[in-house]
Design a protein around this ligand. Structure first.
Ligand SMILES: [Cu+2]
Length: 365
């Protein structure tokens, strides 16, 4: 609380000079409440046009900040977060000004991909998220994290010296019984690590699929999905039997545009959805495009969830020399680096959709 007001005070002073502020990130620990506070800013956010016009997305009306790095400081399990925004006068800023925020954990690999873990992602719709204390994402001091934010200020006024305050809840190492290790899992139908995950959608019904195996078995506790307009569903299948294991469905309006994507919870205390090691699975995205036109790079389809591995020791290690992993790092490094990068993305209109998680692989900006 104290730090928060100090930071606001110093930004007020710095903001008067006219030069754009240099955002920094600070981490404070509240050991009694088991909360970390990540304070990022100040950011000057000029007012922008509303983003209901999809064409504006193409023009890069919102875009990512550069990656801000910090180290996770405590031993325990990450179990939730909340986000608050304030301007340089300490006045609350509407939460939707933060379009999305992605947290990357460079110290751990993703289960499916040779890419850094996306520890969390949040969009305009999620201000507060937590899981029961019986589960959590295992974290160690010194883990290298990085975050980036996409702002979209459509409040009608320029905002100066905006700070994002992210509170991360953790469960301490000495909790008894210890939480079950639950890690993010990301399954995309068309991801090129370090590149893009968009694909073309022909008129009518179509689908796109990606097959994978897991190096360690475990259970899925719940899943959500991400699709764009005209998406119908994302499902997970047993690729060896063809059996559908779970799916999330799009709620669409009369024109087929995405309203929201459903979620599935398998119960944190139950067995969840069991997935076996070295067994072939398939994630499949279904589209039904009524426009009669090919939508070039118009689609994404992915499923995200929490996965409890049977053996944490068999979680694949980061291989810093792997070219795929290096491409992922390079793509993160250039985020927000050059204004020119804001011209190269496809139309995107799904990130305001509730239940549409952000994974940090999208070229959404
Ligand atoms: Cu997308």
């Amino acid at each position: 609380m104290m730090l928060w007001s100090l930071l606001l005070g110093s930004s007020l002073a710095a903001g008067l000079g006219g030069a754009p502020p240099t955002p920094t990130v600070r981490v404070t620990i509240d050991s009694s409440r088991h909360e970390l506070t990540i304070t990022s800013g100040p950011f000057d956010l000029p007012n922008m046009a509303p983003m209901d016009d999809h064409a504006m997305m193409d023009l890069g009306m919102s875009h990512d900040t550069r990656l801000q790095r910090f180290e996770w400081p405590v031993n325990g399990w990450f179990r939730g977060f909340r986000v608050e925004l304030a301007d340089r006068h300490g006045r609350p800023v509407p939460a939707h000004v933060m379009h999305h925020m992605i947290m990357v954990n460079f110290s751990r690999r993703q289960l499916l991909y040779s890419a850094a873990e996306r520890l969390m992602g949040t969009g305009t719709e999620t201000e507060e998220v937590s899981v029961p204390k019986t589960i959590g994402v295992p974290m160690k001091p010194g883990m290298k994290l990085g975050m980036y934010i996409a702002w979209h200020n459509d409040t009608g006024q320029d905002l100066e010296g905006v700070y994002l305050k992210l509170t991360m809840l953790w469960t301490p190492k000495n909790q008894n019984p210890q939480p079950v290790n639950a890690l993010p899992i990301y399954m995309d139908v068309n991801l090129t690590v370090g590149g893009t995950n968009t694909f073309d959608v022909p008129p009518g019904k179509s689908s796109k699929a990606y097959e994978f195996t897991l190096p360690v078995g475990g259970r899925l506790l719940g899943v959500g999905g991400h699709m764009h307009d005209y998406g119908s569903s994302v499902r997970l299948e047993d690729a060896e039997t063809g059996k559908v294991l779970t799916q999330v469905k799009a709620e669409r309006d009369a024109q087929g545009k995405l309203v929201k994507v459903s979620r599935k919870l398998f119960g944190v205390s139950g067995d969840g959805l069991r997935l076996k090691a070295k067994h072939r699975y398939r994630v499949v995205g279904e589209y039904d495009n009524p426009t009669g036109e090919l939508l070039v790079k118009g689609a994404m389809a992915s499923m995200v969830g929490l996965f409890v591995p049977d053996d944490m020791k068999r979680w694949p290690a980061v291989d810093p020399r792997d070219p795929t992993y290096q491409r992922d790092l390079a793509s993160l490094e250039v985020r927000g680096a050059a204004p020119a990068s804001h011209t190269a993305h496809g139309a995107h209109d799904a990130q305001d959709v509730p239940g549409s998680p952000h994974t940090g692989h999208e070229s959404h900006e």
